[in-house]
Write a protein that binds this ligand. Sequence first.
Ligand code: HEC
Ligand code: HEC
Length: 190
Amino acid sequence: MGDSSNKNFGLMLVLLALLFCNQLVAQIRPPTWPDVPLPEGPIRNILLDNCTSCHGIDDYAFFALDSAEWEAMLAEKHEGDSQVTISSEEKAVLISYLSSNFGPDSIPFPRDYVPPEITEFFNNADARIFMEVRCISCHSLDPIMSSRRSPEGWRVLLVSERERGAQLNDEELERLAEWLGRARGINLFE
Ligand code: HEC
Ligand code: HEC
């Protein structure tokens, strides 16, 4: 008898430990990252040949700099790194790509958005009304309802829309990203 209650106690400890670990994992969720598509044209191979061996290109979206600032920042970040070498012709194309896509007029992606867990979810009517209120001061719902993205893709988009001025708190942002991921998701079978 003592034996089996010991076993039960052991099992309970294991379950508690698992629950605790789950909570830890939830707490250390990483911040949301921007998504920069690999561009077409000559710049594509310049990036692939010189820039993608150590880290991806998504972090370019954290910056909004002019040509001189891009050049200075890249020099500073890679100072003393003999592996980052690029011909001056390629560098000119690179700096022009960076300053026209992530220039002073663009809105830098925030580094610190960590998605909260949500417990309430939008139904179709809620989502529609919410977007009528929060989105159409700037544009119609067409660009939203005519595109499809993964839930993470919608989250990244909504974080950018908020930087542009859309009024969304973190929970609202997650609720809308979750609904869009369902209603305007990437479903291969549709
Ligand atoms: C040999 C490895 C290596 C290569 C190749 C490389 N980088 Fe980096 N890059 C790094 C490291 C390491 C850092 C982080 C430096 C720091 O933050 O102190 C960095 C940082 C950056 C940052 C800042 C990232 C951030 O989030 O703050 C940008 C932008 C960047 N690199 C762009 C480029 C571009 C454009 C190229 C191609 C010309 C390139 N990198 C090639 C190693 C590399
Ligand atoms: C403060 C103004 C503003 C608000 C509010 C706003 N947006 Fe936008 N949104 C923009 C601008 C500017 C663009 C870029 C339009 C263009 O490229 O012609 C855009 C583009 C978009 C696109 C197309 C992006 C792409 O790359 O295809 C989507 C989708 C979108 N917005 C969703 C939303 C949603 C959802 C909301 C409401 C939560 C919202 N927006 C609210 C300013 C706003």
